[in-house]
Design a protein. Structure first.
Length: 281
């Protein structure tokens, strides 16, 4: 007789049981991360400080290596004339340079530089031999206030009127010319009594040819409205001597002008009066 074995199993559905959800968690080592960041920041800061410090040190050291040069100014003695009242002569500075230079520099503030050049006449007649002229520095004195000129021709002077408002002592003056320039030791033109501003540029020249005064000294006096503006001393070194003086004319210095040539003793040799016209508006 056979036996039957019955095995019973209980099956449960998977759906009936809740599903477990597995999650993955990460754990950060924050202490290590913060430590690494701090170390990196400190390293970058130290590197930057070292770089900038070396750059600034180079820049600060560069000017110290540059040699400092100084320019020595030559010492000079300056003589300045005291300022005068309104309408008087402007002040002139006379500077004497070092003895080796042997030069005289004259600088005028508002008025004029007075320049001149003296030259010897080559030969005027076959029977008269002229000595070779040696250039000399004329002595120039600062302008001063002056009353109307009282100089006169000598009693025995041979006075002649060579042009309008121009008189010369022909025994000592061959030529006396007001001109706007000098070229080749001669005046380039002859200005008349009325002088327009367009006829000259900044300067006027007074040219004179002197005879019979070798070894003496003459002076050119420039007057503006009876005020002495310039006194120029010119030594005469040859029997026949050509010389001239120049005067800067400011635009405001219009009106009556006069140039006189006198000896060292005050004897009048030549006189030229002229008028500078104002510019048309």
């Amino acid at each position: 007789m056979t036996q039957r074995i019955v095995i019973k199993t209980k099956m449960t559905e998977a759906k009936s049981q809740p599903r477990r959800i597995e999650t993955v968690g990460y754990q950060y080592h924050w202490r290590r991360i913060i430590s690494a960041v701090c170390v990196a920041s400190f390293g970058v800061t130290a590197l930057s400080y070292g770089v900038f410090t070396s750059v600034y040190a180079d820049e600060a050291q560069t000017p110290m290596n540059v040699p400092i040069s100084t320019v020595a100014m030559p010492s000079s003695d300056m003589i300045e004339s005291a300022p005068m009242a309104e309408g008087s002569v402007q002040s002139t500075h006379i500077v004497d340079s070092a003895p080796a230079a042997d030069a005289l520099t004259v600088q005028a503030e508002k008025v004029v530089e007075v320049t001149q050049e003296t030259v010897g006449l080559e030969k005027s007649a076959p029977t008269v031999a002229l000595e070779e002229q040696i250039p000399t520095e004329p002595r120039i004195t600062a302008p001063q206030n002056a009353l109307p000129s009282q100089t006169q021709f000598a009693a025995d002077a041979q006075v002649a009127s060579v042009a309008l408002n121009a008189k010369v002592d022909t025994s000592h003056i061959s030529r006396a010319v007001l001109t706007s320039g000098i070229e080749n030791r001669e005046p380039i033109n002859v200005l008349k009594h009325l002088v327009e501003p367009s006829r000259f540029q900044e300067k006027l020249y007074f040219f004179t040819e002197i005879k019979g005064l070798q070894g003496e000294v003459v002076q050119h006096l420039w007057f503006h409205q009876d005020q002495l503006m310039a006194d120029i001393t010119l030594p005469v070194s040859t029997p026949r001597y050509r010389t001239y003086s120049s005067k800067n004319i400011m635009p405001s210095q219009t009106g009556e002008w006069r140039v006189e040539v006198i000896t060292q003793g005050g004897q009048l040799l030549a006189q030229k009066s002229f008028r500078i016209l104002a510019k048309a508006p």
